[in-house]
Design a protein around this ligand. Structure first.
Ligand code: NAD
Length: 384
């Protein structure tokens, strides 16, 4: 079994460490902050106990898994590791600094990876002496529960390293999908309209957040509506991801942050964690489900077609394969159906018509139809 080192024992690092230990690996979990060690230990123990309570593992297995995780304060302890996954703060300089310290400690065959959500893997790889063994391994939060892992080779990454990492992630019980090194990778890019178009509709006063949430759940079968999900993720986090993709996409209006959300963040209305977001969580009175009309169905169609457009464009630009795009959205954010399959079901021609109607109404670049959808519609093609 290979020796795994995780750098940064925060929410992601401790979860990734637990996943690796549950797959049988010895894990060195390094963090510079003693408080992080305490939080990581408590978090992992609590999670393993939950697995044991649910009967998914025995008490003995929980103990054995915990025994495989070593919390270390000295970076030299990771010497000889076969795979190193960095999950420290999202800061390019801090990450480059840590890679420079890690590289001399491991052999040239060792894989060095980053769990970054928003930095370029190719840009990070440049900081390494051997960039061909560097790769992005993007877990979702919480790593122990979320099955999807995006594997992002840098321009410099060798093919054999990518193949090795895909196999390794499978062996860890996860579903790896391969993504091109582009802003937001697969999930954080394709999911943008779920939030952005819902916010735009609310800003236009076409429906309230509660109505839009109800429409997405009832017409689309989404487990949570966009506003419920933003409140759950945290509006500060969601806005930061949107801003980062928007900036990295050269301020493409399709990803523009919403003034409505910016104001919520300014007010400190982050959502569940602050007690108030789009909804008030201190209010215990039962919420009455809004009555939905044909107008709400049209708003659901509008958000769905914007999501399909984004998925089609991701395919058009080779961000991932058809199959991986579908896996990413169903397993990474639990969409009820793959977006490309959804396009086939409602008809590619119909998607193009809807997007063109939005573009005609608003005359905004935001509503431009993907060239792939338009070409497919002209040839009466389907995705599957
Ligand atoms: N939170 C998420 O939803 C999520 C999802 C996917 C990826 N990510 C990415 O994972 C990484 C970590 O995110 P997180 O949410 O776990 O953050 P976090 O703040 O919970 O944890 C970061 C940890 O890194 C430690 N740290 C900071 N600088 C360090 C250094 N120089 N050396 C060693 N340890 C150091 C901190 O003490 C802290 O424990 C980021 O790159 C983030 O973009 C986060």
């Amino acid at each position: 079994m290979s020796k795994v080192a995780i750098i940064g024992a925060g929410a992601m690092g401790s979860g990734i460490g637990q996943v690796a230990a549950m797959a049988g690996h010895e894990v060195l979990l390094y963090d510079t902050f003693p408080d992080a060690h305490i939080r990581a230990r408590d978090g992992i123990l609590k999670s393993l106990n939950k697995f044991a309570e649910k009967g998914k593992i025995t008490d003995q297995q929980a103990k054995a898994i915990f025994g495989k995780i070593y919390l270390v304060e000295d970076l030299n302890s990771i010497a000889g590791s076969d795979i190193v996954i960095e999950a420290i703060i999202e800061d390019q300089e801090a990450k480059e600094k840590i890679f420079a310290s890690i590289e001399p400690l491991v052999n040239e065959q060792a894989i060095i990876a980053s769990n970054t959500s928003s930095l370029s893997i190719t840009g990070l790889a440049k900081a390494l002496k051997h960039p061909e063994r560097f790769i992005g391994i993007h877990f979702f939060n919480p790593p122990v529960m979320m099955r999807l892992v995006e594997v992002i080779p840098a321009l410099q990454t060798s093919k054999s390293i990518t193949a090795k990492v895909m196999d390794e992630i499978k062996a860890w019980g996860k579903t790896p999908v391969r993504a091109l090194d582009t802003p937001g990778f697969i999930v954080n890019r394709i999911a943008r309209p779920f939030y952005g178009e819902a916010l735009r509709i609310a800003e236009e006063q076409l429906a309230s957040p509660a109505e839009i949430d109800a429409a997405m759940k009832s017409y689309g079968g989404f487990r949570m509506g966009p506003f419920q999900l933003m409140d759950f993720i945290g509006n500060d986090i969601n806005e930061a991801v949107t801003r980062s993709v928007w900036t990295a996409m050269h301020y493409d209006s399709r990803y523009r942050p919403s003034q409505l959300q910016i104001n919520l963040v300014r007010a400190g209305w982050y959502g569940r964690k602050s007690g108030k977001g789009y909804y008030d969580y201190s209010d215990s009175t039962d919420h009455v489900d809004p009555v939905l009309t044909d107008e709400h169905k049209k708003l659901f169609d509008r958000i769905l077609v914007m999501l399909i457009n984004e998925a089609a464009d991701a395919l058009h630009f080779g961000i991932a394969s058809k199959e991986d795009i579908e896996l990413a959205m169903t397993r990474g954010v639990n969409y009820p159906k793959g977006l490309l399959q959804w396009a086939d079901e409602i008809g590619v021609e119909h998607c193009v018509e809807q997007l063109d109607a939005l573009h005609h109404l608003y005359r905004e670049e935001r509503y431009r139809c993907s060239a792939l959808l338009r070409r497919m519609a002209a040839h009466h093609e389907t995705f599957f």
